[in-house]
Design a protein around this ligand. Sequence first.
Ligand code: HEC
Length: 163
Amino acid sequence: MKKMTGVIALAIAAAFLASGLMVSTPDVSAAKLKSQVKIPAKYKGKHMPEGGWTNEKMIARGKLVYTGKVNKKVKCSKCHGTKGKPKAKGARDFRKASNVEKFSDTYWFFRIADGVPKTLMKGWLGKITEDDIWAVMAYENMFSHGGKPAVPDKSKWEAPQFK
Ligand code: HEC
C-alpha cells in the first residue's frame, strides 16, 4: 500500500512538472500582444450568429475565404499559414490559445473588418462580406482548438471597449 501511494505521488509530481514546463515556455508573441484598442461604436452589438462557431457550413465557407477561394486578393493563409502558423512578419501564432482567447467576437470581427493600421493586416470588409468574416472566424477559431470546431470560452474574453 505504501509503495502504491509513492507511485501515485510520483505520477502526480511528474504531471505537475510537465504542466509547469508547458506554462513556463516563453511565448514571445503573447507577451507582445498589444492591449486591446478601442472599437468603433458602429461595431457595438456585432456578435457571432447563433451556433456559428460550430456550424459546419459556416466553417466550410470560412475555409474557402481563408484560403483565398472566395476572393483571391483576400488570402488569409498567405500570411497566417494554412494551419494558423504565421508566415508574415508580425502575425501571431493562431494555434496558441493565449494569442486569441482574449478576443471577444466583437473585437475579432472589428480587427478583420478594419485591419490593423500600418501593418500588412488590411481591413477586409468590402472585399469579403460580413457573413464571410463570421465564417472565417469560425474557421480560424479551430486553430487554437486542436483543429476542431469549438465554442470559445467567453470568460477569457476582454470586455470590448468602444470609442
Ligand atoms: C498580407 C498579409 C495578411 C493577410 C492577407 C491577412 N493578415 Fe491578418 N494579420 C497580418 C499581420 C501582419 C497581423 C498582425 C498585425 C499587428 O501588428 O497587430 C495580422 C493580424 C490579424 C489578426 C489579429 C488582430 C489583433 O488585433 O491582434 C487577426 C484576427 C487576423 N489577422 C485575421 C486575418 C484574416 C481572417 C484574414 C483574411 C480575411 C487575414 N488576417 C489576412 C497579416 C495578414
